[in-house]
Structure formats: structure tokens, C-alpha cells
Design a protein around this ligand. Sequence first.
Ligand SMILES: Nc1nc2c(c(=O)[nH]1)N[C@H]1C(S)=C(S)[C@@H](COP(=O)(O)OP(=O)(O)OC[C@H]3O[C@@H](n4cnc5c(=O)[nH]c(N)nc54)[C@H](O)[C@@H]3O)O[C@H]1N2
Ligand SMILES: Nc1nc2c(c(=O)[nH]1)N[C@H]1C(S)=C(S)[C@@H](COP(=O)(O)OP(=O)(O)OC[C@H]3O[C@@H](n4cnc5c(=O)[nH]c(N)nc54)[C@H](O)[C@@H]3O)O[C@H]1N2
Ligand SMILES: [Mo]
Length: 759
Amino acid sequence: MTEKPTIEAYEGPAGGWGSAKSVARHVFEQGAQRIAPHLHQQNKPEGFACVSCAWAKPAEPHPLEFCENGLKATAWELGTPTIGAEFFAKHSATELRTWPDHDLEKAGRLTEPMRFDHATDRWMPVSWDEAFAQIGRDLQRVDPHRAVFYASGRASLETSYLYALFARMFGSNNLPDSSNMCHETTSVALPQSIGIPVGTVRLEDFSTTDLCMFFGQNTGSNSPRMLHQLEEVRKREIPVITFNPLRERGLERFTNPQNPLQMATGQEIEISTQYHQVEAGGDLAALTGLCKSVLALDDAAREGGSHRVLDVEFIARHTHGFEALESFLRGTAWSEIEAKSGLTRAAIEEAAFVYARASSVLAMYGMGLTQHRNGVATVHMLMNLLLMRGNIGRDGAGICPVRGHSNVQGQRTVGISEKPELVPLDRLAEQYAFEPPRWEGMSTVDVCRAVVDRRVEAFIGLGGNFLRAVPETGMMEESWPDIDLTVQIATKLNRTHLINGRSAWLLPCRGRIEIDEQASGPQAVTIEDSTACIHGSRGVAAPSRGNLLSEPRIVAGLAAATLPPNPKIDWDHVTQDYARIRDLIEATYPDQFERFNERMWTPGGFPRPLAARKREWNTDTGKANFLLPQNAGLTSHDLDLKDGDLRLITLRSNDQFNTTIYGYRDRFRGVEGTRMVLFISETDMRRFSLSEGQEVSLVSEAGDGIERVVAGLRVTRTNIPAGCVGGYYPECNPLMALAHFAKESKVPAAKSVPVSIRI
Ligand SMILES: Nc1nc2c(c(=O)[nH]1)N[C@H]1C(S)=C(S)[C@@H](COP(=O)(O)OP(=O)(O)OC[C@H]3O[C@@H](n4cnc5c(=O)[nH]c(N)nc54)[C@H](O)[C@@H]3O)O[C@H]1N2
Ligand SMILES: Nc1nc2c(c(=O)[nH]1)N[C@H]1C(S)=C(S)[C@@H](COP(=O)(O)OP(=O)(O)OC[C@H]3O[C@@H](n4cnc5c(=O)[nH]c(N)nc54)[C@H](O)[C@@H]3O)O[C@H]1N2
Ligand SMILES: [Mo]
């Protein structure tokens, strides 16, 4: 299956020839004929929105507005292999469970709706009518409190809106989505700080900013098109400061594969001008140190009679809580900041000095902040840093949570949320003449807990690989077969489809890149990017072989079969022409989606109105709030480790999209042919007497007496702070205890899993 693993330092830049080669290989392996003609239509105003990351798509796109990983995603969706009745007659679920994630998806696109036959341990083809009718009958027997409507962030605004409506008409607010494992920390923290749940940065801000800061976001692998903006920023000699335990290549240097001169000459652009290898979970302390330094610089300016460093006018007019922050900062000792961040005072002051001199600052962050116990407090502290100098609501400044899936932000915008207070329920009640449920639904970790406690009767999955993506995968797989009804809407086979409820269905859908022909003609859909701009996306490739339906049709089919007829919505009619769904969205959210159908093809997308961009604050105080950590500890993990324990960061490689494993080449980290590695510092190798290449196990140290082990990890010497180790997600997910999540947002704390090494 895999070649002999090799691990050696990668000397090249991000992008460059390595990226070009990697792309060519994926296009070739997946079937070049079907893919190549469509590459130039990726992220173009009239083309399709990439199915990989959520980064913004510019109004004036580059000739080829895509990246290595976007191409892999396109190739993976459009690849020619398919799997149908023959494949499933040959392979039982028990057998397929022994296949690695990579091989399962690589087998090809699903081709027909299927029902799982427990007697023969196999998926069996059924008709769509039969599937809808039986699922509808099964669902009607389920208590809405015990039904879960999960979504992974790729589905369009149209699909997502219908899906949320279906769940609520069924009587359930159990609408968790992948952002519960991802940027939910942002969605909780930012409304408290600045009154909106999303970032304020737009693409144009990169042309006027004076400083870019990165906290725990791996641009080169996970949002590589942002390297275009960073290239431009660096050409203007704007500094970039990074906080990350690992030296991520895409944040160090970059060669633009679309720039012939750079490619020919091997010219590299330095990205980060300062790189701070903070400890895993050390950002809350590091940010506290940054804020403390800014205060000290302001003290010095005041004493010296020079220009203030704090934006006193902004603080007075627009904020609340500065005095409390000030006394917190003055009362926090540098010794504590240094101990908890793993950085020296001098290093933090060096970053603060550049920050204090920049007039407009952009702060980007990702899972390195959100997937921690104190993630919410950390995002608050980052916001505090920006607010101190009024770095919000003006050009070139703002906060930029870099989102994951291509429409994960949009799903929340159109009602996929377990939190009823975030959804305009009264308006829905009026629009569709029904009484929506008002109770608080389950988040992803709540669902996991409920599955383990046998409190879930039905699980519908709109995309995703739930059982691989969540924590506590061992216990989850054990409990899952006790669910009465499991339905998965998917493009490709994954492990979640091999562990099934009593009545189990697998419904294959078309992908966004494929032409979607309905009664009124070919359809387009819309998505929202990380900068809150809404884009149209039109399928361009012939649909994959087989008996596939589009996602809106599948959701409509399920809804029509399950719900009593409602004169206010004709599920079949609205999915004959998706413009009708957009009209419904506009009727529910008139401020956000004004003239939706007309504006959806605006080049660069049309921006949603965001109050904080105008310095209007929809918070409890009517101001932007400076907020302090609620508990005394200054770390993002707040779990004390026993001597000898380590903090495990679970990581994405450059050859995967979440649980979709494209291959075994993590080029930037020099790992090839395996994913079973343990990234560890030289210091810890000596401390535990380990040698390079040795195989060890990791044991979870969650302190609850449950034994969780991942074996067969190759010791790999890495430039990472002592005390922290790294391993790949999802291979390391069995180590994550369900109870170990961000306190206020319930995002699993995947970046600080307490572990020990067993030899
Ligand atoms: N190609 C590709 N693109 C993707 C994805 C993919 O899997 N593949 N996934 C998509 C999804 S759903 C998401 S959510 C995003 C995820 O994109 P990112 O937010 O970049 O998430 P990760 O790669 O999990 O980790 C980000 C970085 O956090 C650093 N880190 C870990 N712990 C800490 C810490 O305590 N402090 C700091 N400062 N840094 C830390 C890690 O070293 C890593 O560089 O990407 C999206 N885009
Ligand atoms: N340890 C650890 N765990 C993590 C993370 C981490 O950093 N560390 N990250 C978390 C994060 S941020 C996220 S977002 C989750 C996500 O984790 P996943 O659940 O893996 O997310 P997806 O990439 O959506 O799921 C992949 C599956 O979606 C299906 N699919 C692909 N395209 C489509 C489509 O167009 N329509 C439909 N219906 N299905 C499709 C395919 O069947 C594919 O197998 O994992 C989380 N889990
Ligand atoms: Mo994500």
C-alpha cells in the first residue's frame, strides 16, 4: 500500500516546483481527461468555487486562481473511478473497515443509493423512492430531541438553508456542524468582544495593512491562495509576525508556482519576518505579554511626551472594560508570561515593538487558537490587543479567523446552528406557518456524549466523516451501531459509512464542480467565504457516472417524505430552480441577502453587512469589550501535566483535506510514505532516550482511568518546543478524551492532548 517511509528535512519553499509536481501527480492519478479542461474555471467569477478551503476569491482573479491543495480537491471530486453494486458485493463492511482512509476514498465516487444489509454485512442498492420513503417512515417514529442533523461545512447556502428548515419543521434544533470542532470558539468569543460572530477583514485590507500577524494557522497547506496576498504584502516590505510551535514552511518562505520568473530563478520570498515558537497552548500568555508590552510602550511615550501608543480616543469612545484589562496586565508578572508561553520577554517585546509602530494591523488565526480549553479567552486576548490600538473598523486593520470548509461560515449564516438564539425563529414561524422548536440543540461533543449514552435515535449526516473527525473515536465506534437510523449523504466512501445504525442508508450526491441540471435548466449555488463575501458557483464538469442526485434534491426528498404537507413550502418546486431557494433565504434574512439572485455573481462576491466594520457594536454594553480570562491560569490548556507528560498537537499534513487523505507525502515536513509519525524535539528525545525512527506508542493522560493508546508511531526529530509533540489527525483521535474541549465553545481541544510515551 505505501512505499517505504522516508523522513528528511524539506529544504524547498512553499509553492515552487514541489507544488507543481504534486499537483500533476494528483491530476494524473485521478483521471486527467475529466479534470484538466476545468482547471481554469476554478474560483473565477462565472466558474465554480473551489471545494477546498474558504479563503476569499478576488474580483480580479489571477490567471489560475487555485493552489496545489485546491487542485487536489478538484481532482479528488472529479476523479474517474466509481464504486457501485459490484464493488459492494465483493467487499463486506468488516473487510472495508481494515482499509486505510486513503484507500476507501480513492476507490472512487459512490454511484447509487444504498441500504445496509446487516445479515450479509454489505451495502445493497435501492431506488431513491424506496430510500426516501423508508427513511421518512423511520424518522417519523423518532423523538425530535433524539434526532441529529449534522452538516459538514461544504454544502452550499441553498442546501444548508433547506436542511436547517427540514430539521426545524421536524421539530429539532439538533443542528451541529463541523464548525463545532473548528471555529465555534470564534463564534462564541467574537460576539462577546465585538458583536459579530465572524471576521472583519476583507481582501482589500491586505493592500493597505502595515503588519500581518499569524497565530496558529498554517497558510501554506490550509489556505494557500492567501500566499498571493502575503506575497504582495512582503513586496511592500510589510512585516509578518508568526506565533506557531512548529516552523511551518508556508509561513517561512514561498515561491509562486504561477510566476514564471520566480519558478525559473528559484527566487523565494521570505514570509515571516519574526517567527515565535510559542508552546502549544501558550498563546494566551504570549498575547497577555504583547498587551502588557504595548501598555509599557504607552507609559514610556507618555513620560517622554511623544505620541501615545494606545488609541485613547478609540478606547474612550468605542470600548468598555479597559481599566480592568490595564490592572490585569500590570498585575501579571513577566515570569509567569515567560513560563506559560515558552517565549522570552525579549522576544515578546520585539513583536510588540513592531505592533506598536504599525498603524494598521491584520490578525489571522486558526485551529492553533480555537482548539484549546481556553480558546475563547485566547481569542478575547487577541481582540484586546487589536482594540488597544483601534485596529478594527478601518482599512488595513481587523480580525481574520481563517475558516475551514468552503462554506462553513455560510452554513451558520443560513440557520445551521444548535443555538436557537442565533436563528430568526419568529420569522421562520411566520414564513412557513409552523412552531419552530425553541430548546437548545446539541453541539458536536454533546452529540458524541449522547451517542455514548445511547440517547441518539437518528443521525443524518450531510457530508463529513463524523466517526473519524470527532474525539474518543474508540468509544464512539462501539456505541454507534445502537443508533436506530443512520443516513449519510456523501460523495465518497469513508469509515463512518462502515459502522452503521440498525437502519442505515448511504445517499450519493453530486459535487459542486459538476453540472446540476434541474427542471428549469442548469443550476448554480452560492457560498460564503472567510471574509463574509457571498459568491455564485456554477458546476462545469459532466456529473460523475451513476444514479446521483444533487444535495438540494436529496434534502428536499427526505423532507417531503418525512414532514406532513405544508402549503408554505413545496419541496419539489423549490428545487426545480434554486433561485426560488435564494428567494426564501432572502425572505428570512432580508438584511444579509438583499437582492440575492441579482447580486450573486458580483465579482469578488457581495459582502454581508458587518456592524463591527462600521464601528457599531452589537454587544451587551453597546461597545467593543475588553475581556479577561475567567480563571487564574494563563495557559490555553489549564490542565496540569504530571512529570513526563507531553502536550500533543494533532496536525493536518499537506496531503489531506481533513479525514480525506490524498496521499502520504507531507512535503513541507519532509515526511513521505507514512502518517504514523511522532514529531518530537531533540530535548525530549534525549529525555526519553529515543532514537530517530524508533516506534513508540502514545498513551492518553486524560486522568479518567480510561486506557487510550495509539501504537506504531515513528519518532521524528522536529524543531518543536520541548514538552510539545505533534501527530497527525485523524490517526491520533483515539487519544482525545470527549471531556477535553474548549470550555465555552465545546470545540475539542485537539491542539493540547495530554499524552505520555510508551516504549
Ligand atoms: N489542504 C487543506 N486545507 C484545509 C484543510 C485540510 O485539511 N487540508 N482543512 C480545512 C479546515 S476544515 C480547517 S478548520 C482549516 C484548518 O487550518 P488551520 O487553522 O491552519 O489548522 P491546523 O492545520 O489544524 O493547525 C494550524 C496550525 O496551528 C499550529 N498550532 C498548534 N497548536 C498551537 C498553539 O497552541 N498555538 C499556536 N500559535 N499555534 C498552534 C500548528 O502548528 C499548525 O501550524 O483548514 C481548511 N483547509
Ligand atoms: N484531532 C483532530 N480532530 C479534528 C481536527 C483537528 O485539527 N484535530 N479538526 C476538526 C475540524 S476543524 C473539522 S472541520 C472536522 C472535519 O472533518 P471531516 O468530517 O473529515 O470533514 P469533511 O472534509 O467534510 O469530510 C469528508 C467527507 O465528506 C464527504 N464529502 C466530500 N465532498 C462532499 C460533498 O460535496 N457533499 C457531501 N454531502 N459530502 C461530501 C466525503 O464522503 C468525505 O469522505 O474534523 C475535526 N477533527
Ligand atoms: Mo474545520
